[in-house]
Design a protein around this ligand. Sequence first.
Ligand SMILES: Cc1cc2nc3c(=O)[nH]c(=O)nc-3n(C[C@H](O)[C@H](O)[C@H](O)COP(=O)(O)OP(=O)(O)OC[C@H]3O[C@@H](n4cnc5c(N)ncnc54)[C@H](O)[C@@H]3O)c2cc1C
Length: 511
Amino acid sequence: MVSRVSQRQTEIEKDSQMGRAFAYVILGGGVAAGYAALEFARHRDGGVSPGELCIISDEAVAPYERPALSKGYLLPRGAARLPGFHTCVGANDELLTEQWYKDHGIELVLATRVVSADLQQKTLLTNTGETISYGTLIVATGARASKLEEFGVTGSDAANVCYLRSLKDADKMVGVMRSCHGGNAVVIGGGYIGMECAAALVANEIKVTMVFPGKRCMDRFFTPKIAEFYEKYYAAKGVTFIKGARVTSLEASDGRVAAAILRDGRRLPADMVVVGVGARANAGLFDGQLAMEKGGIRVNGRMQTSDYAVYAVGDVAAFPVALLGGQVRRFEHVDCARRTARRAVAAILEPADGAAEQGKKGYDYLPFFYSRVFGLSWQFYGDNVGEAVHFGDFSPGSGHATAKFVVLWVSGGRVSGAFIEGGSREENEETAGAVRRGASVAEVAAELLSRGLAFADQESRRKGLCSNGHAGCDKATYAWHATVGLAAAVSIAAFAYWYGWQAPYVVKREF
Ligand SMILES: Cc1cc2nc3c(=O)[nH]c(=O)nc-3n(C[C@H](O)[C@H](O)[C@H](O)COP(=O)(O)OP(=O)(O)OC[C@H]3O[C@@H](n4cnc5c(N)ncnc54)[C@H](O)[C@@H]3O)c2cc1C
């Protein structure tokens, strides 16, 4: 009898160490996790069976739309707050509150960090000491903000130094902004986060100085002309840019930063500092266990990793993009997180014939990301390779959001990427369509002409752009025609006309 009791006791202890077991575990509770959960529920006719699916997240709340943190969340009035921006409202879908997960049989293991993963044993060890086992694992650990310390600058832990990746970070930033009303902020970094945070700081009536090492903001992405537009727009809102400069230290006392010191010795007084110096994928748990690429986890076109039972989605996943000829890319953009999450769940629950082949081909994904700052709104589709051609009105005015312009990247006679500021929904969709189709610019022209858009033809004849060469072109126009071809030039002019803008190389003869 005694031995039976002690045997049972040992089994119970073993069970508690082993913890829970799920058919499917989503590791990470961000954007991709939310969209994956919805996809599971839909495939399972409204919900999964208890014990089938769990999400483990080190954040204390159910998955939410992370882009809201640098936009609605930082507004001085009428700010967005949870539960208003849980996933999947960002895609105009259901609002997945904690209750939604309960109602659909999905277990949320919140405020719990996975500290190690054993893919041989199919187990995850959490910081609470629990070992959670899975049948299939979806890694959705996203990315983390790079720290100043990685660049040799100390002081990240000061009370008035802010990063922006999580809800906790956003809460800190809101608190610090409130205490700095009318004061000075130094924004370190001229990328996505820096630009969005600078706009939010201005809205909160804080004077902003942006410091970054590049020649222009968003320099890996924006052309000089695009950057000039946004920099002038920001300047009209009172933002000062210090370009080609590095912060080498933060001057602090009593746990607060008082100034940022630049390499050339300049001292920028600061009531607060916002750091946006890049991000790194959270892939470290799988080093040595999964194939890696582009700083993340390498997956095939079905989001499956080098371990057949493990999938990776969102910011952490590097996948072959069919539209880019199978090139492996990793995107840190919300649309990618949403789509790759759905893709992985569909691949897991509906293993198709020829799945391995599909996996090799790459995922048919059109890269897409966007930003909204002040009253501005831009979208980008595709890849920014090739010759960039600018259309529309690039004058920033006095900071009023009336600008509308397009930049097309043309490579091998095809529109490979498109950037559109101020487009209507229909215009954005049409722009995306042009890039997605992988249309040659000549095809785009044909389609536009079939809609009665004969402007380019007429205009080019009127201006002397003849069909057999470049007579009548000025030097800049000629150079561009030589690069992309006359058909491309004509079709893009048609494109521009369709949007009701002037095509600068045809009408104004300037580039
Ligand atoms: C402030 C901000 C604004 C943005 N704005 C835009 C925008 O306007 N447009 C756009 O296209 N993109 C934007 N993005 C990018 C977009 O939010 C990301 O691409 C998206 O969140 C990626 O989703 P994900 O699920 O892969 O990662 P995340 O949403 O980052 O989720 C990862 C989750 O995993 C958790 N986690 C990580 N490691 C562990 C672990 N070991 N144990 C437990 N949990 C773990 C994290 O805490 C987090 O909850 C923005 C990002 C930020 C930070």
